[in-house]
Ligand binder design. Sequence first.
Ligand SMILES: C[S@@+](CC[C@H](N)C(=O)[O-])C[C@H]1O[C@@H](n2cnc3c(N)ncnc32)[C@H](O)[C@@H]1O
Length: 257
Amino acid sequence: MTNYNFDRVAAQYDATRAFPPAVKERICTWVLSRLPKDPAITEIGVGTGRIAVPFIERGVRYSGFDISQSMLDLLKAKVGDRPNANLAIADITQPLPLPEQSQDAVIAVQILHLVDATKALEQVRRVLKPHGALIWGWIEHGAQAPNSRIRPQFKAFVQEAGGAFRTDYNQQPARDLLAQWGARAAHHTVAVWQGQETPRQAIEPMGQKVMSSTWDIPDEILAKAAAKTEAWAEAEYGDLDRPLGYELSFGVDWYQF
Ligand SMILES: C[S@@+](CC[C@H](N)C(=O)[O-])C[C@H]1O[C@@H](n2cnc3c(N)ncnc32)[C@H](O)[C@@H]1O
């Protein structure tokens, strides 16, 4: 399996994927409102802290693990040294440096598709207290977002040139395992907001290997696909640099153990 250490894209991560401040605060408030008082929370694949920062700033006991030193350095630069934050390099598919049954919740956002999810979930289960929660979150772009329309085109052009986007991820085995353990799932849409993106901004992160789904595609195939996608988008939108508004949402499957 490809190693999805984000060192190579850390510098561009916040510029391409940041949440508005109100969304970060809303997610934090919503999660805390559903957990016991003074919870111990762990985030696997914590990255630059898109989810973690408000929790840490509010004094919550928060552990965050990542294999990327560069992503973790960016997070540490945001929050400084705080006694409530335990931020460390760790491969989340290996035993986590936490005692058994010590955490009220584990947060996993845009991470389980990048790792051996079964191994990661075994760690989640080991560190969660009885009746703890796995908070499995992700971001969705509305159907009219430039990204939602342009990405399938880009994929098709990559395929036409003999390459392939990463498509091997199937969530079902991870969900089946959670069901087998008796964890009950409930879906929640936690935040909805408006974003703006130009067609060029939707194309560039794929063409420049910022998105991890493109990392295995040979450069020449990616360059060809990017050029063809630009031509398609120019015909479709008229102007590659005109910002277009669209809806984004943050959804969570809350697994209660
Ligand atoms: C798409 S980013 C998501 C970061 C954060 N959860 C967020 O939503 O902004 C995935 C993160 O997982 C990290 N990662 C990938 N494989 C990992 C592993 N085996 N163990 C720990 N972290 C890993 C990457 O380095 C990266 O920082």
